[in-house]
Design a protein around this ligand. Structure first.
Ligand SMILES: Cc1cc2nc3c(=O)[nH]c(=O)nc-3n(C[C@H](O)[C@H](O)[C@H](O)COP(=O)(O)OP(=O)(O)OC[C@H]3O[C@@H](n4cnc5c(N)ncnc54)[C@H](O)[C@@H]3O)c2cc1C
Length: 535
């Protein structure tokens, strides 16, 4: 049998070498000594392996059979294909994990074969669409199989029906590119390089959230490959229970290979203002955010995100991006932001493609990334305290690490009433926020840096900061259990608040039991965001 598996592949597989190890050597000289000992051991193990090469590595066997079934679609360590797939991850802390192989199905039939084999071999795996998750083991994983959907990237616009069919391995910029020049927009990620698959399964915030809710609320149909390889097309009539669970449920139920999404009528361009404030006006900006959130139902076409931060060794700044389907300056709900002394950096009409390029430029790949999230009620006092804690505690603490590349921010995004309630008018989703009586504030503390030695300090600092934020909000009766899956860190449990909603939780459990009865997406995946966490 020609498996395409060479001795070189096997040796590469058993050599989880140098990329990760070399990062660690910079941490201290003790690590260097350990590395020498480890290298000696690896050399010894390799010598034994070269004597008796057998395909006894579970994932490697699966990779070999996949290569036989889908010739040319499997990349092994050391190959150019493997290298370029590794480099396609946004965060280096995701990309540096060394999978056994990457398999790139060309269509859902290929994907079906992959899933069927994985199901029957019990191999562990990860799924990658755009590779923008910063949580290790979500879209890449050491020594297991990565199912890379990058070739499922077709985009077909059906303008007369106001829908678009998208392969879930496409990036949002591929979709925006197709819509360029048309009078349609779509609820998609702000940065164009974000993948369609992961974004949709987490929910999806967009400049159109006030008009159409979460991006997942605009899903008309999904093609799903279940754990046993069955391909389903789910919509509001067929398997609506699975459709609901996939809208916010992450990779717990199946692999989505294609999505049919509703378009939004626009005049092609959005009106966008980029604004900066001085730190001494922070209280006024916080007031503007909460005021806007109270007023937002009066003009759902507006959208706001505010970021406090910047380079850690420079004084933090406050920047806001205000957008509107028609005109930012004419919107009364955005007026509070212009009432505060500000510097208008840029104000222009931008297509989604142009806007997404600006976000991509602001968020370059190639750094270590960490983020953690919180949700609070629209409470001014809590937000002031949390922003102060970011500026006076977290920012200088991380700045003390002295990394030149290090920067971060506290991203504040209002979850407005029309955004949260759109889903209750359309089909339901698994985010569990449709009955919220008032608007919320979604927070995300984010940090980018280069040195792996800083990992544990950065993670702990952000965790401490967010725990403090929750405690402070709780003191003001303003804390909320929602943890947005797309921003959550590995130690957070995005589905905890869903459990509070007995009706929704039992629907989720029933869907899990029905569509993934053997819990393949729980047991055979190492990602931390599992529905069965709370079973
Ligand atoms: C620069 C940047 C900008 C962002 N902007 C926004 C924004 O505007 N709004 C917003 O809401 N979020 C935003 N995010 C967060 C983003 O939505 C999440 O990181 C999302 O998970 C990325 O999806 P992906 O396909 O690129 O990631 P991946 O890392 O490929 O996947 C993320 C997760 O989804 C799973 N998954 C991916 N595809 C599939 C599939 N087809 N079937 C089953 N499971 C799958 C993976 O297993 C993994 O657990 C942004 C992130 C970054 C880094």
């Amino acid at each position: 049998m020609e498996t395409g598996l060479s001795l070189r592949n096997v040796i590469d597989f058993y050599t989880p070498v140098n990329r990760k190890s070399s990062l660690k050597t910079r941490c201290n000289t003790m690590a260097l000594t350990k590395l020498f000992i480890a290298s000696a051991l690896i050399t010894a193990v390799l010598a034994v392996l070269q004597q008796s090469v057998s395909l006894d590595g579970d994932a490697l066997q699966t990779c070999a059979v996949l290569e036989f079934q889908l010739p040319g679609r499997v990349s092994f360590r050391g190959s150019d294909g493997y290298q370029s797939q590794t480099e396609s991850y946004w965060a280096t802390n995701q990309g540096e994990l060394l999978s056994a192989c990457h398999v790139t199905p060309r269509d859902s039939t290929d994907l079906q074969k992959v899933m069927f084999l994985i199901y029957h071999t019990g191999s562990s795996f990860a799924i990658k669409s755009g590779g923008h998750s910063v949580v290790a083991n979500t879209s890449n994983v050491d020594d297991d199989v990565v199912i890379d959907l990058e070739l499922l990237n077709h985009v077909t616009v059906q303008a007369d029906q106001m829908i678009v069919d998208v392969g879930t391995g496409a990036r949002w910029k591929d979709v925006y590119q197709k819509l360029e020049g048309m009078n349609y927009g779509i609820a998609g990620a702000r940065a164009g390089s974000v993948g369609v698959g992961g974004y949709l399964l987490g929910g999806g915030l967009s400049p159109f959230s006030g008009i159409v809710g979460w991006a997942c609320d605009g899903i008309a149909l999904l093609e799903v490959v279940l754990a046993n390889g069955t391909i389903l097309e789910v919509d509001h009539n067929n398997d609506p229970d699975l459709l609901m669970a996939l809208k916010g449920g992450g990779s717990n139920f199946g692999i989505i290979s294609r999505a049919r999404l509703e378009l939004v009528k626009t005049s092609n361009k959005l009106d966008v203002a980029f604004i900066q404030y001085q730190m001494l006006d922070v209280m006024h900006v916080v007031r503007a955010i909460t005021e806007y959130n109270h007023l937002a139902a009066q003009d759902p076409e507006a959208a706001v995100s505010v970021s406090v931060g910047g380079r850690f060794n420079e004084p933090p700044t406050i920047s806001a991006v205000l957008s509107h389907r028609q005109g930012v300056l004419d919107s009364k709900v955005l007026q509070p932001f212009f009432d505060v002394t500000h510097y208008l950096v840029r104000h222009e009409r931008l297509s989604q493609l142009e806007l997404s390029q600006i976000y991509d430029d602001m968020n370059p790949k190639g750094f270590r990334q960490h983020r953690t999230t919180a949700t609070i009620h629209n409470d001014e006092k809590s937000l002031v305290g949390i922003v102060q804690s970011y500026v006076f505690d977290l920012d200088p603490k991380l700045g003390n690490l002295g990394e030149a590349n290090m920067r971060g921010g506290l991203l504040i995004q209002p979850l407005t009433y029309p955004h949260l309630h759109h889903g209750s008018l359309a089909a339901s989703n698994m985010l569990g926020l449709q009955k919220e009586p008032s608007p919320l504030l979604l927070l995300s503390a984010e940090t980018r840096y280069s040195n792996s030695c800083s990992d544990s300090f950065v993670h702990q600092s952000l965790t401490d900061f967010m725990n403090g934020a929750h405690e402070y909000a709780a003191e003001n009766n303003a804390s909320h259990r929602f943890r947005y899956l797309n921003y959550a860190s590995a130690d957070q449990i995005p589905f905890e608040h869903v459990q509070q909603n007995q009706e929704l939780w039992s629907e989720v459990q029933a869907a899990k039991q029905k569509y993934d009865p053997h819990n393949v997406f729980g047991k055979q995946m190492r990602h931390p965001f599992k529905v069965q966490h709370l079973v």
